[in-house]
Every structure is written in C-alpha cells, then in structure tokens.
Design a binder for this molecule. Structure first.
Ligand code: TMP
Length: 234
C-alpha cells in the first residue's frame, strides 16, 4: 500500500491518500487541543497510545457486530482505514454524570445515571459543535432516519461492549464520543476511541485517566494515558 499525499490535518491526526481509492492512512499526532482549539498543548507519546488503543478496541467491536473503519495497523502511529464520508454528528453516550452534562444540569460529577443517555452534536468547529437532536439532524439533511437508527443501535452496542471490557481492566467508562462514516452506503464506526474521546476513571479511586487531566490542568497527563495503555494489556 503506497502512502500518497496528505489530504487533511486535523487537531489530533493527519490523513493521507493511498494507492487504494477506498483506503486512507491516518497518522496520530501528540498534539492536544481543548475547548474548540482554544487550548493547545502536547501530550508526549499520545499518538502511539491512541493509535494502538483505538485499533485494539475497534477489533473487539468488530467481533461484537459493530462494523468499523479499521483495516491494518501500519506502524506505531499509522493505521490503514476504510475511506468514509464522515456523518457530521458527534455521538456521545454517558453512563455517569460528568463534564458538560454535570455543568448544564447541576448534577455532581460521578453520579451514576439510571440508564445510559445518547446525544448528538453537529460537527462544526465554527459553531462550536452545538447540541442537536434527531429532528435537527433530519431537517438539516445530516443523516437519514435509517442512518440515525443504525448509529444509535451501534452506539449502544459500543457502550455495552466497552463498559464490560474496561471494567475487566479496572476502568469505569463514564462517557465517550464516537463518530460514524458512510462506506459504500453502509454506516461504519470511524475516527478513534481513546483517552482523548472517553472519560475513563479508576474503578476504585475514581482517579481520572483521560484527557480531562489536560483540559483541567490536573498534571500527570502522560502517566494517565500510559496507565490506560498498561491496564488494557497493550
Ligand atoms: P462533554 O461532557 O464535554 O460534553 O464530553 C462528553 C464526552 O465527549 C467526553 O468523553 C469527552 C468527549 N469529547 C470529545 O471527544 N471531543 C470533544 O470535542 C468534546 C467536547 C468532548
């Protein structure tokens, strides 16, 4: 597989064309941003951890019936993935109150929710990824009813599988954000699943092992990412 020109550079990854029109190479960076790019920094070694963790998790999810963009890990930071057209929705599942949910609703971080929730943000940096619902997504033509139903079904499967998997590793899955893409008219899981995109707490001490340490200037960011990597046996 030949690596061709760079197509795009995002906040955490670069994307390259390949000699296969149906495949891309993603290259994970150590760059970290928060608050829609207003806060910038580096988390040394993050690219390697996020690449390997995301690939590992996507392979587990494939086995559980969630189709993903993963094809093959090419190096520490590079992965061959299916070329999708991203559905411009950030899909967020929550099991425990934290972050914007706690702030908006005045609920203490760490309060277990009675059932998992799902929400959508419209992926638009200029607008700051505003919160929207199914009807907005339909009315704006962001996705069809069938696609939204498929996305919800897969998102809850991802939650069920990962809650159990992380728990076995001593980690509580508080919430996470995933993205989907269209691949030959089928919806598949794309982007990444990593400490950048999940809230992961130590199951006993509730210590934060994710990007909130960077967002909130808590220190020991690299150590937290390494700890997750180690607990997953990677
Ligand atoms: P929130 O509580 O800030 O809405 O975040 C919910 C989850 O989504 C949390 O696991 C972090 C993740 N997330 C991203 O992956 N990217 C983002 O841009 C934001 C705001 C949150």
């Amino acid at each position: 597989m030949e690596k061709l020109e760079q197509l795009y550079e995002g906040k955490a990854k670069k994307v390259f064309a390949t000699s296969d029109p149906d495949a891309l190479i993603v290259d994970y960076k150590d760059d970290a941003t928060a608050f829609n790019g207003q806060k910038k920094g580096t988390i040394v070694g993050k690219g390697v951890i996020n690449n390997r963790m995301s690939n590992h998790v996507m392979q587990i999810l494939e086995k559980e019936g969630v189709p993903t963009h993963y094809i093959k890990e090419l190096s520490e930071r590079e992965t061959l993935v299916k070329k999708v057209s991203i559905v411009p929705l950030e899909v967020i599942i929550r099991n425990v109150a934290a972050g914007s949910f706690s702030k908006k609703l005045g609920i203490e971080e760490g309060k277990k929710l009675l059932c998992p929730t799902i929400e959508f943000s419209y992926k638009d940096d200029a607008l700051g990824d505003p919160f929207i619902n199914d009807y907005y997504a339909l009315a704006l033509g962001l996705a069809t009813r069938e696609e939204i139903d498929t996305i919800k079904k897969y998102a809850f499967t991802v939650n069920r599988v990962l809650l159990k998997y992380f728990e076995e590793c001593g980690i509580e899955l508080i919430d996470f954000k995933i993205e989907f893409g269209r691949y030959h008219d089928r919806i598949i899981l794309a982007d990444e699943i990593s400490p950048d995109t999940c809230r992961l707490w130590d199951i006993k001490t509730h210590e934060k092992l994710d990007k909130d340490r960077f967002r909130r200037d808590m220190g020991n960011v690299e150590d937290a990412y390494k700890e997750v990597f180690k607990r997953l046996g990677l």
